[in-house]
Design a protein around this ligand. Sequence first.
Ligand code: SF4
Length: 246
Amino acid sequence: MKGRIHSIETFGTVDGPGIRFVLFMQGCALRCRYCHNPDTWDTACGKTMTVEEVLAEMEPYLNYYKLSGGGITVTGGEPTLQASFVAELFQACKERFGVHTTLDSNGFCDTGHIEKLMKYTDLTLLDIKHMDDQKHIELTFQSNERTLKTSRYLSDHGHRMWIRHVLVPGWTDEQDDLIRLGQWIGSLNGVEKVELLPYHQMGVYKWGQLGRPYTLGDVEPPAREDVERARMWIEQGMNKPISVTI
Ligand code: SF4
């Protein structure tokens, strides 16, 4: 089996615990206005690799991953679009290397298609982009229905999650929506951490390179006090002692 890969990073430190091998998969069904990897969207781009080829890229650095409490993170794009490949890769990573596996997903998938994948996934970083469905559609061009369903599925099946939310001024920072987000997170089992990610414009140049109009060009990153206030609203909604990190 082959996967369609966008790129590889051998020393990732932000997508899960420890030092990580990060595999960026090609293809995504969402079109987030703030996406910093729009070059991962097209399912026909990237290069194909077998599980063995990915393992060979990873093997030289295994000691770093193991000693740091890290492992492998598969992100994208959206990795669940290639769930069978990622399941096979994670199975091999666990059985052959004994490393920790993390899936970084937008949750836009059919939960019936990720059963095997979840069997070999230690941690899921799940992006919840908006609690209001209409605003979610305006931001990503897709409904949030599948993502919320996936979060419930992971909760019901005993999976560990870190929930991620990008704070975009004027788009995802309203009090009611953040309290609702907190309430939803509070209703889930298995959430170990919430990461509130302030919006930034680091990937904007890629939109230009692809000839796509970037529609958030006039949105500035949130001020520190706005991020703190957002954190407070999420915590207020959760009503649970889960740490919200920034
Ligand atoms: S889900 Fe991720 S990769 Fe897909 S469009 Fe949104 S930010 Fe980009």
